[in-house]
Ligand binder design. Structure first.
Ligand SMILES: Cc1cc2nc3c(=O)[nH]c(=O)nc-3n(C[C@H](O)[C@H](O)[C@H](O)COP(=O)(O)OP(=O)(O)OC[C@H]3O[C@@H](n4cnc5c(N)ncnc54)[C@H](O)[C@@H]3O)c2cc1C
Length: 510
């Protein structure tokens, strides 16, 4: 229990560049030789720079390097590695592309980082069953490039080009999830190497059905397990037909409330919108600058519709009616593929557009998700809180790190750094991207306290502290508050059954 009661953002704020473990840790020369015997010498590294690269993700969590990094090339090697590490009491940390935002790959107890990116084959494509089997090194963009000519695609699209098995491990989602679902809805089967080395097929070897009532849902257990129960070495994924026609749009709103009300009304009107994304005015300004867009600077919705030409016309008409009713304006339609790609590339670059507003600062992303009926309430309140906590301001005033402590530019900084808000509002999920000066401890603590308050507000509104990024290191206290003591105990018992020695990605989730 003592572990559970650590501050919710334990381990934050001493990120990459600074490592807690300067020298190679506790692995004996004989153990490293045993790793080399399994995967081959070129696929093992104990170099400090390599360990440091693998000790952090894209979040602000402190870089904590593993003692060694290995790159297996097949599932048998992964099994042997797991058996070796488990037998010797060495922690195992799975690594995809390191794009996570919750410190999931930090080696808090040292150990062996298993980088799965060199297992990058598409093992099986079954177009007639709308399914594909991929190894853990295949990324979402690589899969869609492979599928380009077969009329199918995989819609789950986090902003980063993450590995598909890493996405399964975090329960990722993206801009298309309002129509096509998250990883939880699109994973049909997983091949998992359990901590001791045994191989598990969560839905049975080779199976790729869409529904089942056969026993416990083991696939569901591993989706979102964040590397704490086993190493995912293959995923069977559900594919979708490429829509006949697509049209995208942006439109501006007088207030945040009007943008969110429109979202709710569009969903209530049963418009099968494929994407509906919210950007506040600070985010919109940042995207204009970073991605050379020319959108009106105001609370904005990015939308996309998929279907036949006839269906699209109807969806667009109903959506326009709803939006105009809520005071929306400045419509801009994009039908050509190039123009749509430009728009969505800008949306996917929102994280980097935010970072560019305050060079030298670090991004800290919140990730709450609430029932759609509570979305406008929490978003409007959050915008006010950002101002009250001095964590947002006008993006048109570029701010240097350190200026907030009274140096040049202090007057401009009275509004705070330019924190942005962006969200998958069709799912009730949004992110505040706080731009934090790493040299300013007061600002760091303020961001941390704001994020905890926001998490608790989402819980009070029957929501969750994380819609898609996961618990990782920083949200364990909020998880306890979310699922309660019995929920937490049940999770601990499941963990203890599968990983009795507590060596699979220790220190995460629980
Ligand atoms: C710019 C940007 C935008 C983003 N946008 C989104 C978004 O819209 N939606 C969203 O959901 N996320 C988003 N993310 C977060 C991130 O991309 C996702 O969490 C992604 O799923 C992580 O995949 P990865 O391969 O990088 O995993 P990693 O970061 O390498 O690992 C993440 C966790 O999964 C575990 N893991 C990785 N691979 C495996 C495996 N094969 N088996 C078992 N465990 C494994 C790791 O141990 C770790 O705990 C964004 C990140 C960035 C930087």
């Amino acid at each position: 229990m003592a572990n559970l009661l650590r501050p919710a953002t334990w381990g934050l704020f001493s990120w990459r560049g600074y490592c807690s473990r300067g020298t190679q840790g506790r692995l004996s020369a004989g153990f490293v030789e045993a790793l080399k015997a399994i995967v081959g010498s070129p696929h093992v590294s104990t170099a400090a720079v390599v360990r440091e690269q693998h000790g952090h993700d894209e979040s602000m969590h402190m870089c904590q390097p593993p003692d060694a990094v290995v790159w297996p090339q097949n599932v048998e090697q992964v099994s042997q590695l797991a058996a070796l590490c488990y037998g010797q009491g060495v922690p195992i940390i799975p690594f995809g592309t390191g794009s996570g935002l919750e410190g999931g790959v930090c080696a808090v107890q040292g150990g062996v980082c298993v980088n799965l990116i060199r297992m990058d084959r598409i093992l099986e494509l079954n177009p007639e069953d709308f399914s594909v089997v991929v190894e853990p090194g295949v990324t979402r963009k690589a899969l869609n490039t492979h599928l380009r000519d077969c009329g199918l695609w995989f819609p789950v699209d986090p902003g980063a080009d993450a590995s598909l098995c890493g996405m399964a491990a975090t329960g990722a989602s993206g801009t298309n999830s309002v129509r096509y679902g998250t990883m939880r809805d699109n994973v049909l089967n997983l091949e998992v190497v359990l901590p001791g080395g045994r191989q598990l097929h969560t839905a049975g070897r080779g199976r790729r059905f869409w529904k089942s009532a056969a026993g416990y849902n083991l696939t569901g257990l591993f989706v979102g397990s964040e590397g704490t129960l086993g190493l995912i070495t293959a995923a069977t994924l559900r594919l979708h037909p490429v829509p006949e026609a697509t049209v995208a749009a942006t439109c501006a709103f007088p207030t945040v409330q009007a943008a969110v009300d429109s979202t709710v009304h569009i969903l209530q009107a049963a418009v099968p919108v494929a994407r509906i994304e919210f950007l506040d005015e600070v985010m919109m300004d940042a995207c204009n600058r970073h991605s050379k867009l020319n959108c009106y600077v105001a609370p904005t919705l990015f939308l996309e519709f998929h279907g036949s030409e006839q269906a699209l016309a109807e969806q667009v008409q109903r959506t326009e009616e709803v939006i105009r009713h809520n005071g929306g304006s400045h419509f801009s339609w994009a039908k050509e593929a190039e123009e749509r790609s430009r728009l969505w590339a800008a949306r996917h670059s929102a994280w980097y557009a935010s970072l560019a507003l305050r060079p030298g600062c670090k991004g800290y992303s919140t990730d709450v998700c609430v029932p759609i009926s509570r979305l406008s309430e929490i978003l409007v309140q959050t915008k006010e809180d950002l101002e009250a906590w001095r964590l947002t301001g006008s993006a048109s005033l570029p701010r240097a790190p350190g200026a907030g402590r009274g140096g040049a530019g202090a007057a401009a900084l009275s509004f705070g750094p330019p924190g942005t808000v962006v969200g998958h509002v069709g799912d009730g999920n949004f992110h505040c991207i706080l731009l934090v000066d790493p040299e300013d401890p007061e600002e760091l603590l303020r961001a941390q306290a704001f994020a905890e308050q926001l998490g608790r507000r989402a819980l009070a509104l029957h929501g969750t502290c994380t819609g898609e990024h996961g618990i990782g290191l920083g949200k364990r206290q909020l998880l306890l508050e979310e699922v309660g003591v019995v929920g937490m105990e049940t999770m601990r018992q499941l963990k203890a059954t599968l990983d009795p020695r507590g060596l699979m990605n220790p220190g995460k989730v629980l």
